[in-house]
Design a protein around this ligand. Structure first.
Ligand code: AP5
Length: 217
């Protein structure tokens, strides 16, 4: 299976991406996670991406496309892309790249969630600095406050989860990324999942939405 995930910031894409990747044995490529790891390591890519991420803007298409194409080179099997594509030019570049590899996309899974619930989720999100696993102080707290259950890393509130930045990320989303729902609908690839529910409920809905996608495709 070759899947892209769509949905507003806070819809639960990252949370579900890990669960679905485990369930179906798929490689997970999350552009936001790759950028954050580069920011932490202070690489050139990280320094460039940080300028955009901190203000809730998108990193330029050419930079992201190059990064994703490189990542796909490492994963010849099935994959989930979380956070990519985010613009029509990114989607076109992906389509072209996958077609040149004779590996067309199986589906675009879109997580549907009202803005006010997403905003509440982002306000409570805490992210492990080491393994990027996410928690939520209100809905899914770690066993020990501020410490990652999985790896013992420090949990932080992402810089771009500040209220004003979240508001701007939503504007950017509706301006640049939401048109991808139609892009994939027109290609018969869009499947919409109701993302309002517990993590387990949303996973089950996503698994059902993928049930008729052949695993080899
Ligand atoms: P990225 O990291 O991709 O951020 P995002 O798309 O804004 O998505 P989020 O990570 O904020 O939300 P999510 O949907 O993954 O929700 P999560 O599962 O964490 O990108 C960050 C930045 O990088 C961008 O702004 C941009 O600058 C740059 N970038 C990345 N890709 C790019 C691209 N392709 N082009 C250009 N720039 C790019 O869940 C959120 C919270 O809710 C968590 O606390 C979680 O525990 C909780 N939660 C999850 N599910 C549930 C549930 N069912 N019930 C209750 N709580 C839940």
């Amino acid at each position: 299976m070759r899947i892209v995930l769509l949905g507003i910031p806070g819809a639960g894409k990252g949370t579900q991406a890990h669960r679905l990747a485990d369930r179906f044995g798929l490689a997970l490529v999350a552009t936001g996670d790759i950028f954050r790891a580069n920011v932490q390591d202070q690489t050139d890519l990280g320094l460039l991406a940080k300028q955009y991420m901190d203000s809730g803007e998108l990193v330029p298409d050419d930079v992201v496309v190059r990064m994703v194409v490189d990542a796909l080179d490492q994963h010849p099997g099935g994959f989930i892309l979380d956070g990519f594509p985010r613009t029509i030019p990114q989607a076109e570049a992906l389509e072209q790249d996958l077609s040149s590899r004779s590996r067309p996309l199986s589906t675009a899974l879109a997580f549907d969630l009202p803005d006010h619930i997403a905003i509440k989720r982002l306000a409570g999100r805490r992210t492990c600095q080491r393994c990027q696993r996410t928690y939520n102080v209100e809905f899914y707290p770690p066993k020990v406050e501020g410490v990652c259950d999985a790896c013992g890393g420090v949990l932080v509130h992402r810089d771009d989860d500040r209220k004003e930045t979240v508001r701007h990320r939503l504007e950017v989303y509706y301006g640049s990324t939401f048109p991808l729902w139609d892009y994939y609908r027109e290609r018969g690839l869009l499947r919409v999942v109701d993302a309002d529910g517990t993590e387990d409920e949303v996973t089950e809905r996503a698994v059902r939405a993928l049930s008729d996608v052949p695993s080899g495709q």
